[in-house]
Design a protein around this ligand. Structure first.
Ligand SMILES: Nc1ncnc2c1ncn2[C@@H]1O[C@H](COP(=O)(O)OP(=O)(O)OP(=O)(O)O)[C@@H](O)[C@H]1O
Length: 237
């Protein structure tokens, strides 16, 4: 499906941490529109503001100034309760480390999130999407790192989020298992039209994006549309 109208709009987004000598400007005056169904890859050196931007998009953090809206949700100035509702209903997160609950099976890990969502798919559907139906009854310790990360993707998408935010999803994985995780993320983007943003230090992954954002010093210094997207299976590093 083709990307449509902007669903996320940021204007003059600035984030300052600390004060005085420890003051850090993590984001500086960032303007950004993200369209429905877009697959965005964020690249940039360590400390350039990628996670800060993703955390604001996901309602995990609030900007110091500027505005950020997701559809009709005003994220700037939202209360903690409103941000919690926004995250719960609209945002799926995948981080570098999988954070699965070791004492629960794969299916139970995914079900835990489905239970607090308003319009979830079944855990079985989510596991099918990431190609792990046959592992539903296993415990996380019985899975490889790449399989555990695909469970984390299933857990993130079982609630049918509007946006899937991935911070270094393949950072702990080798190339073969990393590709399978990327394929699962790309499939969710393509089949559910889930707007997707992936932070990575691995510029090869940029080939999968509709659009690549390069950050440096808290600013988006380059935006590159990618007319020739590659499949996850063809990413090499
Ligand atoms: N909670 C915080 N308190 C103080 N400074 C912070 C905090 N979070 C981030 N920073 C600082 O803000 C800047 C941007 O950090 P951010 O994590 O967004 O960068 P990044 O591009 O994601 O880096 P990396 O690739 O290393 O994860 C850095 O200088 C960082 O030290």
């Amino acid at each position: 499906m083709q990307p449509l109208a902007p669903v996320f709009v940021a204007r003059g987004l600035t984030k300052v941490y600390g004060a005085g000598d420890s003051r850090v400007v993590a984001l500086k005056d960032v303007d950004l529109d993200i369209r429905q169904g877009e697959f965005i890859v964020l690249l940039g050196p360590s400390g350039s503001g990628k996670s800060t931007l993703l955390n604001i998009l996901g309602g995990l953090d609030a900007p110091t100034s500027g505005t950020a809206t997701w559809r009709d949700h005003e994220l700037t100035g939202a209360s903690d309760e409103q941000l919690t509702t926004y995250r719960r209903e609209h945002v799926g997160f995948v981080f570098q480390f999988y954070n699965l609950i070791p004492s629960l099976t794969v299916e139970e890990n995914v079900r835990l999130v489905a239970q607090i969502a308003s319009n979830p798919m079944t855990p079985a559907e989510a596991l099918e999407l990431v190609g792990l139906s046959h592992r539903a009854g296993h415990f996380p310790s019985q899975l490889s790192g790449g399989e555990q990360q695909r469970v984390a993707v299933a857990r993130a998408i079982v609630k049918r989020p509007d946006i899937l935010l991935c911070d270094e999803p393949t950072g702990a994985l080798d190339v073969d298992t990393g590709r399978l995780v990327l394929a699962a993320i790309a499939k969710v983007n393509a089949e559910l039209n889930t707007t997707t943003a992936v932070i990575t230090h691995n510029s090869a992954i940029a080939g999968m994006a509709h659009r690549v954002l390069r950050l440096s010093g808290g600013r988006i210094v380059k935006e590159e549309p990618n007319p020739r997207r590659i499949r996850a299976e063809d990413v090499t590093w």
